[in-house]
Design a protein around this ligand. Structure first.
Ligand code: ARG
Length: 586
């Protein structure tokens, strides 16, 4: 029974297109008003209230061009519009609007045929031939993987999944913070006190302690600072002792980070961090030098960006001769353009780095790259994570270790499950899916630029707008399907049984799934998908409350069962794209 959702898919895997109602409307309108259908398509709206139809065409958009009042245009359209082969049932004029109503049976048929016959509903090829680079997660070696990195990991991971699902060629890059003068300090600290700390046992914490201690010493003792700079220089020159230590710091840190990635299910195509660019920065400096953009200011080499409207110059070489975070990012842009020939290169970090990306994207204009690449650079910024008591910060000790946070989520989920369903098998496994799913969904449930409040009770509420609510709805549907003894075949269904508003609401949402995914990629905004899943789960709940499923009439029952199946399939696909796992029971 566990395979109810999967079993049906094996019947037929031919790709098929559903009717594109919007396009059909635009095509017919083109014949009437003589304006390009592509333009007309962009004017067509989806009314908030379905009383005003499923699609609406606002005629005022054409008033100027056609030199007529909108209501007159609307009536002309109504007179001349031929409904044949559009999948539409009727159209109505209200003021300057023409409202179109989709034929209910056709909608049901289109959706249910595709979703029951295709292996993965909504998978498409719209992105075929396009390359997307997503730079995300990127924690810093020897420092805690903090809550901001979690958001980056979750947002970047969701975007990566969704782009792939739409046929794009995606390279997810973990641009690790594994380079910079702080490693010279860490090496010095280790030399001095290495044997006082158990780095293998608790690497990040111990390295952080060493780092804080050596930093304090540097402030007091100029000579130590000098030694640290020396270490970094040696590291750059490949000194075996320094390189070996650096590699050790890196490998113990990565082992720690991997625990979080394992819990989240994160995978990257590339792990080229900042150090990867150490021999690739000279080219950036040479190009900028040649272009005349590089100037000297107080001993540092900078690019002045005031002509580009940015007050703060971009520092390329510090006065002490070392390269910067920005220099490495510029080298990475060159490398990525050449290696991945990207159409879009996304950078997922908190909004604290807005200025940094503004600077490097502007400097990128002077690297002699094809304009296509410069245009493809995009900072996908996101807000802070706030505790109900205020901002999380390491300094005030309110910062939570991420692995602990995820484990706490799992523990809390387990408690809820223990209360609701004490006899459940696989409690551990389910608690992991629910706990981690709750954290992931919470990270994605609001517009990404908004600050996010992290409140345990809200994110784990089975009835709220949460990950567990999506999972719970899914699990409920699965049990319906089990009671129904499986899912009927599409061709045995009379879709006329799904004409009621509750069923139609669900069907319309399911019809829209691929458009939702496309909208996510247009705005780099996974919350469009998470909001959609909430809407779908809510619409299904209304359907379920209004329509009894296990009724006498087999035709009615079968139709409702297949609609339930379709809903569960989209909920599962959508949640999986967000990075969640679905439990079978909970
Ligand atoms: N390591 C950086 C940090 O923790 C994020 C790196 C983002 N990616 C980049 N290419 N700059 O803030």
């Amino acid at each position: 029974m566990d395979n109810i959702l999967e079993g049906l898919d094996k019947r037929d895997r031919r790709g098929m297109e559903m009717i594109n109602f919007k396009l059909k409307i635009a095509e017919k309108l083109e014949g009437i008003v003589n304006i390009d259908k592509k333009e007309l398509e962009t004017y067509i709206e989806i009314p908030k209230d379905s009383k005003n139809g499923d699609y609406s065409f606002p005629c005022f958009k054409l008033a100027k061009e056609l030199k007529k009042a909108p209501p007159i245009i609307a009536n002309e359209i109504k007179e001349k519009f031929n409904l044949e082969k559009t999948g539409l049932e009727k159209l109505e004029v209200i003021g300057g609007f023409v409202n179109f109503f989709v034929d209910k049976k056709i909608l049901s048929e289109e959706v249910l045929k595709k979703i029951t016959l295709e292996e993965e509903y909504g998978r498409s090829k719209v992105g075929e031939g396009k390359n997307i680079v997503i730079d995300y997660s990127a924690p810093n070696i020897a420092k805690p993987f903090h809550i901001g990195h979690l958001r980056s990991t979750v947002i970047g991971g969701a975007l990566s999944n969704i782009y792939k699902f739409l046929g794009y060629n995606v390279t997810g890059i973990n641009h690790l913070g594994d380079y910079g003068t702080q490693f010279g300090k860490l090496i010095e600290g280790y030399k001095l006190w290495g044997d006082e700390y158990d780095i293998d046992k608790d690497p990040i914490n111990e390295l952080t302690k060493i780092y804080i201690r050596i930093n304090n010493l540097c402030k007091e003792d100029e000579k130590v600072l000098e030694e640290c700079r020396n270490n970094f220089k040696k590291l750059e020159e490949g000194d075996p002792y320094c390189v070996e230590l650096w590699e050790r710091f890196k490998s113990v840190s990565l082992k720690e980070f991997q625990k979080v990635y394992d819990l989240l299910g994160s995978k990257f195509e590339s792990w080229n961090g900042e150090a990867f660019y150490k021999d690739k920065m000279q080219e950036v400096i040479d190009i900028l030098e040649k272009s005349g953009k590089l100037t000297t200011s107080q001993g540092a080499k900078i690019v002045d960006l005031s002509d580009d409207g940015i007050d703060t110059p971009c520092i390329i070489i510090k006065s002490n001769g070392s390269s910067t975070y920005a220099t490495r990012d510029l080298a990475a842009i060159l490398y990525r353009a050449r290696t991945y020939d990207f159409d879009k290169a996304l950078y997922v970090t908190s909004y604290e780095q807005i200025l940094h990306f503004k600077q490097i994207f502007t400097v990128a204009k002077y690297l002699g790259l094809d304009d296509k690449y410069v245009k493809g650079l995009k900072h996908v910024s996101f807000g802070m994570v706030l505790l109900p008591t205020g901002k999380m910060s390491t300094r005030e000790g309110t910062s939570i270790k991420l692995e602990d946070l995820l484990n706490e989520a799992i523990e809390r989920a387990k408690k809820v499950i223990e209360q609701k369903n004490p006899d459940l098998e696989n409690k551990e496994e389910t608690a992991r899916k629910v706990g981690v799913g709750a954290v992931i969904f919470n990270d994605l449930s609001n517009n990404r630029v908004k600050d996010e409040i992290f409140d345990w009770d809200t994110i784990l509420n089975f009835q709220g707008e949460t990950g567990p609510y999506i999972q719970y709805t899914y699990v409920r549907i699965k049990s319906v399907l089990e009671k129904a003894n499986g899912v009927p075949h599409f061709k045995d269904i009379d879709v006329g049984n799904l004409n009621d508003n509750y069923s139609q609401e669900v069907l319309k949402l399911i019809y829209n799934f691929e458009n939702i995914l496309i909208a996510v990629t247009e705005k780099e905004e996974p919350s469009i998908l998470s909001r959609y899943l909430i809407d779908l789960a809510k619409a299904y709940s209304s359907f379920y409350n209004e329509n009894k499923i296990m009724v006498e009439d087999k035709q009615v029952k079968d139709a409702r069962v297949i609609l339930s199946y379709a809903t569960a399939k989209v909920l599962k696909e959508g949640a999986t794209l967000l990075g969640m796992e679905m439990p079978d029971r909970m």
